[in-house]
Ligand binder design. Sequence first.
Ligand code: ADP
Length: 565
Amino acid sequence: MDNRFVKPFYENNRVNFALAVLLSTVMAAMNIFISWTLGEVVDAVSQMDGRALGKVAFAMGAGTPCFLLIDLLAQWTKARFIHKGLRQYKEQAFSAISQKSIQAFSRENTGTYLSAFTNDAASIEENYLGRSVTLLFYGLEFVLTLAVMLAYSPVLTLAVVVLCLLPVVVSVTMGGGLAKRERKVSDLNEKFTARLKDLLGGYAVIKSFQAEGQARRLFNEENRAVETAKEKRRRYAGILSVVSNASGFVMQFGIFLIGAVLAMRGHITIGTVLVFVNLCNSLISPIQVIPEHWASRRAAKGLAEKLGALARENVEEDGKEALLSLQKEIRFQGLSFGYGLDKDVLRDIDAVFEKGKSYAVVGASGSGKTTLLNLLMGAHRDYKGALAIDGHELRGLSAGSLYDHISLISQDVFIFDDTIRANITMFAAFPREAVDRAIRLAGLDAVIQERGESYRCGENGVNLSGGERQRISIARSLLKGADVLLVDEATSALDNETAQYISSAILDLQGLTRIVVTHRLDAAMLGRYDKILMLKNGKLCEQGRFEQLMEEKGQFYALFTVTNA
Ligand code: ADP
């Protein structure tokens, strides 16, 4: 069992927890106090004892404000305990998720996490944290009440214990069923959130394929499933409540009658009978609530453990060595790689990328270009052969230091719904000149001048054009101080002119090593690269300058002429 996610509930929070429980216990004594005053008043009246009545009245007047004050403190400390526990739990969970590698995370459904942080967190707040306090409160209330009863009348207490058996049996047998239904609701909520995320994310595709009907059907299916499960849970809770109440009535009436008989025979006073009947409530509530709370608290703890298991999944070994900067070259030597299938996607690659130079990687779709870039980003460490940066084998380098020096500008740039500047700095503090330089080099100064510093990009950059999003990505990499830019050139996201502009901007960046996967076989642009590498079926079949490859009239020449025919 992974207790890592349960620990933060109590970290530096035990005092709050203990105080909340302790103060609640005093509140449990309040119920006993009320019962006591009731018994005293009745006995004082039946004996026509004015002094005794005065004493009780004084106790009532003095006790009530004390109890109210303690009640307030109990509520506050409980609120404090829940606040701290839940906050620490969510922070720990997010921190665990953020330690996953990009590739490991991309294999997971983010809907599961969204549900864990919303639905499950709400359930944990209510059922785990809240109930940890109330369970102890009810437990103590039960014990205290029995002790007081015993002090009043052992005989009647014995009758109470026997009569208690009925509600205890009902509660224990039915309480677990409620927790089971609770878990079902959580599982279906998770599926619902995942579906909703998919349907909203794919909105444009759904509309353009006129699949609104199907989308509604899918939504309705999940929605109905979750709401039906919730209704079943509520109905079950209703049955439980009716049965519990019935057994409670039987118990209370039983005590009333037995107490009346004992009072008629002179064993106890009528006041004591009333005390017992009143105290019954302090016994019935714990009996009704404890098994159900205990089960749903366990179910909620299970949710925290579920997130713990998710965080442990897909965590990959990271290298230890830190990459300082690129001094000389990146070298592939006899490198082969496949995605766990029989066939290698890249085969026996020998290539050198020298510092400060620009390289174009070309080849038909599926020839392995993107895989080559992903290998350079440290996405897969199970390659055969060698891939070394200044002689340091890539699989031994830490992902963090690799990301410091190598930056990928991919086709789909993620833009946060914030200002352009925040999107470039990624919310970190940089000197203003450095940010301005990155903005200028990436060609974003005109956009900022036109729309102002605080221009918001919209959800995933909807207020920007494809080209502007790409330029933000370039500026981010420049600001970060990357030595190597890997570019997966957009095919569809950009119009030809913007794509040319971006490629040209990247070629103009002196001093950086640039490796660009390009689909646009444009002579003027290709002529500017220091080297072109041509991939075919995972093999590096040709490499050289543009003019040289054209003269050789080999594979590149064939691809170039076919594409530009
Ligand atoms: P390119 O970028 O040249 O189009 P890719 O590197 O994307 O080529 O893909 C090369 C081959 O690897 C293709 O056959 C593709 O289907 C396969 N491939 C790419 N990514 C994965 C993956 N994550 N799992 C399995 N196979 C993959």
